[in-house]
Design a protein around this ligand. Sequence first.
Ligand code: AMP
Length: 552
Amino acid sequence: MLSTMQDDVPLTISRILRHGMTVHGDARITTWTGEAEPHRTTFRATGERAAQLAHALRDALGVRPEDRIATLMWNNSQHVEAYFAIPSMGSVLHTLNLRLPAEQLVFIVNHAADRVILVNGTLLPLLAPLLPRLETVEHIVVVGPGDTSVLADCAAQVHDYEELLAGRPTAYDWPELDERTAAAMCYTSGTTGDPKGVVYSHRSVYLHSMQVNMAESMGLTTADTTLPVVPMFHVNAWGLPHAVFMTGVSMLMPDRFLQPGPIAEMIAAERPTHAAAVPVIWQGLLDELAATPRDISSLKTVTIGGSACPRSMMRAFEDLHGVRVCHAWGMTETSPLGSLAHPPGGLTPEEEWPYRVTQGRFPAGVEARLAAPGGGFAPWDGSSPGELEVRGPWIADAYFGGVGKPPLRPEEKFSPDGWLRTGDVGVISPDGYLTLTDRAKDVIKSGGEWISSVELENALMAHESVAEAAVVAVSDEKWGERPLAGVVFREGCEPLPYEELCTFLGTTIARWQLPERWVTLDAVPKTSVGKFDKKVLRRQYAAGELEVTKLR
Ligand code: AMP
């Protein structure tokens, strides 16, 4: 029996745009400029300019459905225009991560076969040297001021964004697309091998946006202004630009002003109620506010994810600034919202903490299971670990294989029955709270037992003399693998004897798990999105470049 509902109404991004422009036309997008006044616009005007952009791309640049149009841009209102125009006209928005190494940027532009790149003028020095190696790019569209002389020898045609839009119609007859059509693509940051492309559909973006808006998620309303510090090139700024057009939440965009000083200033001046970013940004802001106090009292909640958020940071926000932190887990492959740490109801603030420091509970659209080390699946008992596998309507089913090639489903990323293997290892409590203990590839297998590198790192970083710590597995004749601990001592702190750190660790960590190999580092190597890059550390160790001390 078929339903009697309008099931043929496709879930498309143009529907989100139309809704935002009409029902929430006066909602605001404010972009920080670093000058006396920020740039201010509305959802209505942004939608009109998105229509102008679509006309320009189609009529002036000959863009066709399914063409990949790349953006190399900061978080600003023009980027939002591209976010809606490109998928709504049937083409595919490809956001380029401007922090990727040059080699990887060249790889992903060629792999996606991008025809056009929209680039912020301030990023031309980054793009120009790559251009001779970009095989498919026909047009460069420069958005905002910048030195275009660096494009003098460029084979592609160069356009000015405002000139391209000027005088074009402010409405566009958006095609009625199949909701499974590709809307946007984002390459994973690629800590191993070449970056891999995840291609989001209109349907997955639509459903994910509804999830972002749920009360047990970010739960924002028209009374809110959100500050997405998380870049629009990193998993669609966690879905916020799409989600706010559904609910009329205003946005404050930081553009290129991502240092703690300007972030503090823009919060004080524009008074957002919510913000989203990775922990490293928030640590910078806390340090900044300690040195130069600013009024950030408008902020009610911040969503923190992308890597584990230390409890001490959550506490500092709450106790010093009255800001409630919500910890979240996700991946490029999960759009990204995978879980959020809202505590159950009816608890005192103290009782809520053990729930809030976990990676949280899965929303209804995300099914989860733990693949146990010895085969089968681990129970949700809060203590049996396994590799997290997920599936759902906004979870990747494959990676982009390249133009005209079939999608890729590498065995280490997808199970035979179609679940995404996240590479994250953890436990799930009976009431569904996920606690991640490691990356599958970072777990240390010592004498048949697992040692969590993350647990060791957190325990080390709890020492007042330690600024950062990274722990990796190294091979060991007797145990198979043992932990190597790399520590960065805080500025102004004398390096401590490793024995003393071991004694400190021994207060919280089982004796057999304590590292015997130690090295002092200047800094922990980081990936393009600010996560610890342990691959570099392993390589340095293998090449004998680290001065390792072995205890006992
Ligand atoms: P990316 O695709 O670059 O966003 O990276 C996704 C990975 O980041 C996940 O597989 C996790 O390893 C890590 N990650 C994201 N959020 C968290 C979190 N809240 N706690 C710990 N790790 C996280």
